[in-house]
Design a protein around this ligand. Sequence first.
Ligand code: PDD
Length: 275
Amino acid sequence: MLLYDNRIIEREQARIDVEDRAYQFGDGVYEVIRVYGGQPFHLKEHLDRFQRSAREVRLSLPYPLEQLEEHLFELMRRTGLQEGNLYLQVSRGTAPRTHAFPAQARPLIIAYTQPSARPLKEQNQGICAVTTEDIRWLRCDIKSLNLLGAVLAKQKAADQGCQEAILIRDGIVTEGSSTNIFIVKDGTVWTHPADHLILHGITRDITLQLAAVLQISARTEAFDSAALFDADECFMTSTTMEICPIIKVDGQTIGTGSPGPVTRRLQEAFQKLIS
Ligand code: PDD
């Protein structure tokens, strides 16, 4: 079952034209929303970001967000999703192939559910990462369907037996290929500012709010790769990974080489939000 435009249909009945602009140009935007106990987590923030991403690429959604929200609830109900992800995208639609916007094309919304367990092993033990140059475009604040930069980075990590690639632009740590990156130094949490060089992660925001509640000082300021290797702790955040420690980068141990106390406190506070 999936949401196709404004209808819920069987996946086998969904038809994507070869000239769908998402297929040919990556011309569209998307969201990934986590579902806990049948309830979408921070749905409003995801829908607002979806609308903003669409607006930034001058794509008007085919119907209002309120209607989309209703369709998503209906989809979750019909698929019986309890624990997993809700994937949502909009393409600029189907039209004869030419780069500029088609005069007449109805944007196509698609959403489907994927049951999946929380990555508890990774969260408990920590993961390893590699660094790689951030070769993406300069509007990483838009959750665009153009994901080749992320795909290549993640594959570099996978080739080295690691789970994430940390992207470095002009010596600065921007974010992960599909996560935001934080370090902890002398009790202070650091993460890149929410500008055009990173996705404004919803989990990043939640983590900063939790830090404030826990009276952990936090700075949304750029830091370089030397600071990453010199950090006491490092962790990544995302909808699917939540808060996950990074214990090794490029084969080098970060801090003690096991998940650190500040990361643990934030993870525990996050856990309370979802249980
Ligand atoms: N990734 N940075 C990038 C480049 C991302 O693609 C994501 C999300 C994040 C974290 O954002 P959030 O906390 O809002 O999920 C940061 C999603 C989960 C994905 O592509 O699967």
